[in-house]
Design a protein around this ligand. Structure first.
Ligand SMILES: *Cc1c(COP(=O)(O)O)cnc(C)c1O
Length: 482
């Protein structure tokens, strides 16, 4: 399998090259040149690590099977406590695919526990001996998941940039207490888009690359713009489908809908790959919070980022520029020329409109909706009181939208974070006065619900803070050069 660029369909690189490089020239994204066919019958009884091995082998054809078998077994075995891809019934026809049983309690662990292994192996294959410096812009969860995945690895350094006051207290502490000699964490004075734009600028700035090259350092990315981040996420769509069939919730071959709390459009895009590979997926429902730029786009074909940015209780979805949408546009329009023009327009004017054919192709697979803050809180309470199901703020947005978009098919909501990562908002939604601190709230939430907070979150308030620097978005370049 070779990889093309969304901005240059003439380019061809191997998977290893795409993973080492992160971004293609002219800020293009690497995409597979074809959709490999799934072997559903052969896969349906595989364990999660085995299924991951099979899916990855179709895309990462320059990696050996032995390597993939070892890496997936080590990643999705113990670190997920045997709960990788857990799919639980919520109520009639509605299921939660719980993706937060990994080490940092967010779905991003699925990609970021595996991707470091893919990167180290790719460098070996390509004979690369330089230091890889990974820059990550995060709205909260990616930062910690990336730090946990890359800490302590030889030949790799990682720098994380998060929006100051844009994350929950627990998310912040998860990052600034990260151990390891090869990690660095910065608060950026701005929102997530400021941090992401700053990091993208550094990648596009040839002078930064040249300066670092003199020191034998090469930049790479762990954001979901890297193919190595996306490909592991395809696996759990298959896994969820097989579990639903096993539980008698879906008939073999009948479609299942998925509703995905969306920010950068990576998680839901993985579902699109699964569908194109042959998984019976009905609709992929894109759920947004008040920052509903994607809802409007999927309904109308006009992407308009010229709008107010809201800070919400689902911060990982507080995004106005969803990078991975570019990959979808490339797949449905089949034209790097069109994609380049749209992205140029977006950068210059803040908006673009796709042609009717492209919009129709998108609407064939996708539906969209959004939920405001009050609806999100109502949903947390309704799922808890009616179904005994405790969910976080991001998942609640998706539950709400899923209800509005439900058809005949069973609906799987991707549950992307542990409710204990956002204990104050969850408590408040349940009608309990939340204590001011996140840790007191965590204890109060445990007491109220009888559920147990993950150990890795509970011990955070005892860990020393290692990083406290706040920088302006313009200073990201200088930080990357340190
Ligand atoms: C990152 C994240 C999302 C959004 O995922 P995308 O791939 O960026 O669309 C949703 N929920 C949580 C908890 C997240 O951390």
């Amino acid at each position: 399998m070779q990889y093309q660029s969304t901005r240059d369909s003439g380019l061809r690189v191997s998977a290893a090259e795409a993973i080492v490089r992160g971004l293609a020239p002219q800020s293009g994204l690497f995409v597979p040149e074809a959709f490999p066919k799934a072997d559903l019958a052969a896969w349906k009884n595989l364990s999660y690590p085995e299924l991951a091995r099979e899916v990855l082998a179709l895309y990462l054809t320059d990696y050996s099977r032995e390597f993939l078998a070892g890496a997936t077994a080590r990643t999705y075995g113990e670190a997920f406590g045997g709960k990788a891809g857990a799919t639980v019934p919520v109520h009639e026809g509605l299921y939660a695919l719980e993706l937060w049983h990994g080490p940092t309690c967010a779905f991003k662990d699925y990609a970021l526990q595996l991707m470091p292994r893919l990167l180290v192996e790719a460098k070996k294959t390509l004979g690369r001996t330089e230091t890889t410096r990974i820059l990550v812009a995060t709205s909260g969860d990616t930062g910690k998941a990336a730090l946990a995945g890359y800490a302590g690895l030889d030949g790799i350094e990682i720098q994380v940039f998060y929006p100051n006051a844009g994350t929950s207290e627990i998310q912040r502490l998860q990052m600034v207490t990260q151990e390891g000699e090869n990690v660095q964490v910065y608060a950026v004075d701005g929102n997530f888009d400021d941090a992401q734009t700053g990091v993208k600028r550094v990648f596009a700035d040839a002078s930064v690359g040249a300066e670092l090259e003199k020191r034998n350092i090469r930049l790479s990315s762990a954001n979901s713009i890297n193919w190595g981040r996306l490909v592991p996420q395809i696996v759990y769509y298959f896994h969820a489908y097989f579990r639903l069939v096993e539980q008698g919730a879906a008939a073999w071959g009948q479609p299942v809908d998925f509703c995905v709390p969306t920010g950068n459009f990576g998680d839901i895009l993985a579902g699109y790959y699964a569908k194109r590979m042959g998984l019976p997926v009905g609709k992929l429902v894109c759920a947004s919070n008040r920052n509903n730029v994607l809802t409007d786009f999927i309904r109308t074909g006009t992407y308009d980022a010229r709008r107010e940015f809201y800070k919400t209780s689902s911060p990982s979805m507080d995004i106005l520029i969803s990078s991975n949408l570019e990959r979808l546009l490339y797949h449905v329009s089949g034209s790097s020329g069109k994609v380049s023009a749209w992205m140029r327009e977006l950068a210059q004017t803040g908006t673009y409109t796709v042609d009717a054919e492209t919009l129709a192709a998108i609407q064939e697979s996708f539906a969209a909706g959004y939920a405001g803050e009050a609806e999100c809180a109502e949903e947390i309470r309704a799922r808890y009181e009616q179904d005994g199901y405790l969910c976080d703020t991001h998942t609640a947005v998706a539950f709400r939208v899923a209800e509005a978009c439900r058809g005949e098919a069973p609906m799987v909501v991707l549950s992307t974070a542990s409710p204990f990562k956002f204990p104050r908002d969850v408590l408040a939604a349940l009608g309990t006065q939340a204590p001011s601190g996140d840790f007191a709230a965590m204890a109060a939430l445990e007491k109220k619900t009888g559920a147990c907070a993950p150990q890795s979150l509970r011990e955070l308030d005892r860990k020393p803070v290692r990083f406290s620097e706040i920088i302006a978005p313009e200073e990201i370049r200088a930080a990357a050069l340190r």
